[in-house]
Design a protein around this ligand. Sequence first.
Ligand code: ADP
Ligand code: MG
Length: 230
Amino acid sequence: MITVHNVSHDFEIGKKGRQTIFPVLKDISFTVNKGEIVTIVGRSGSGKSTLLNLISGFIRPKQGEISINGVIVSNLNESKFADFRIENIGFIFQSFQLIPSMTAYQNVELPLILKGISEAARRKMTEEMLAKVGLSDYQDHYPGELSGGQQQRVSIARALIVNPPVILADEPTGSLDSETEEDLLQFILQLNRDLGITFLIITHDDKVAKIGNRTIELKDGQIVEGMIAS
Ligand code: ADP
Ligand code: MG
């Protein structure tokens, strides 16, 4: 489902003319199979978010190749990647990334508008999705009128609405209390089991790491060999 092959990345830092190269990821290779939940752990600064941004196509790798769902995505240009993303990848972020001026309903509906789905079909799909995440009674609430856990559910509903085969999550429980975190983990397991959605989840939380079929540890931009399969 996701193949990362010999990927290296660095950032140029400093003022123009006096730039230095800051290496972040070195020769990363791994595969996430369809239907798996794989977690990526590692200390702050180890390169986890950079890796996820490369897989998401928000940045392009300096070296190596990434493919998702059979498509080599690392050479797609920005607009092709945007089209690919909307059909194939759902995102869950620590900070939810909801649009504050839109209601829960409008936030969840947005990807369908981008896909050009008709109004009537959008209404049906959005209402069903809000029901699925238990937020039917909150559809007219703005993000600021929802709890952290409810906001995260809106963001999951938005990720799921286009029926993506894979969901990428960066510290999805980072802003949640432990009870809400437990609910979210159960929900992820349920989506994986019932819909076969593949998950790649970045976390520094042991509880989250444990839900994975496998855990990959990053250290100073490299995969720690001999990683334990959980
Ligand atoms: P993690 O998510 O594991 O905490 P990141 O991938 O965010 O780590 O960052 C890895 C390293 O890359 C850090 O040392 C960070 O300072 C550096 N870094 C991340 N993004 C940039 C950027 N856009 N420009 C320069 N350096 C960056
Ligand atoms: Mg990070």
